[in-house]
Ligand binder design. Sequence first.
Ligand code: TYM
Length: 332
Amino acid sequence: MNRIFSGVQPTGNLHLGNYLGAIRNWVALQHDYDCIFCIVDLHALTVAQRPEELRANTREVTAAYIAAGIDPDRCIIFNQSAVPGHSELAWLLGCITPLGWLNRMTQFKEKAGRHRENAGLGLYSYPVLMAADILLYKATHVPVGEDQKQHLELSRDIAGAFNRQYDTEFFPLPEPQILGEATRVMSLRDGSAKMSKSDPSAYSRINMTDDADTIALKVRKAKTDPEPLPSEAKGLENRPEAANLVNIYAALSGMSKDAVLNEFGGKMFSAFKPALSDLAVAKLGPIGQEMTHLLKDRGLIDGILRKGAERAGEIARAHMAQMHDIIGILRP
Ligand code: TYM
């Protein structure tokens, strides 16, 4: 059976982009693949985290997976640091990854900003740890949002480099799965910026735990333009805010963009926004409520993570032993 691996960083403010770009797609895929869904706490540490918040955010992402409909009996759900193979493999893969490949990563350039000399080594080697996550389980498919595409191409390159170096076909080359109408959800305040956990404006994103009033307020305040909606997708060109809201509506409703515009073409945002906010409340409300409910039972969440780590650890240990053999690492 083909295997999926994907993950979310426990850095707080899980939002509509994380849901539509990733988690929601996983729910549908869990029936057709052997799935491993990770809470990538080691990746979160590339930016300073408060210990209590990191713990709480790790549980929050776990609750989001389950509340969204991922079945912890069917899928493996665990936090990355609980399986030491991730860090070990990141080192092994780092030894075969040319700096030139990492220097191309746009996310590092964005996150490091102008003071690149001060950026941590972890932020720089972030994509190598991501490749390790995927390859440790020999995952064949990786469902993510558009922003992770470059990292996945690097994972494929690294897998190929290992296979060539050791003259083996040990690693499958993982395929990205970038699915749905909202593969890149944009900020509600700026149609040219990605919706992100770290945007200082709370109005830029709809969080998975927002209540109905908050969702309605954020949609009402979302930036738009003064034109009515076009009746076909071509009319959304050069209207990034309008395009974003239509994409969100399409993704949440399961309709195509054309079908949405067929219904709302010619109407003003004053008519479209209430429909969008009702839809978002209907889809996200129950998930947010279930998250809150699950988070009251720490024992349940921690038990799921513990069991997940055991199952993941078993696969990881077997693969690591095979890699030791291939590489020539002696285990006397
Ligand atoms: P993270 O935590 O930034 O995001 C988690 C998932 O949400 C998607 N996403 C979006 N999709 C659409 N629109 C947006 N505005 C948006 N923002 C985020 C991301 O594409 C991602 O799928 N590096 C990864 C975590 C990771 C990982 C992995 C993923 C670590 N190891 C191995 C897959 C496989 C990340 O930063 O995700």
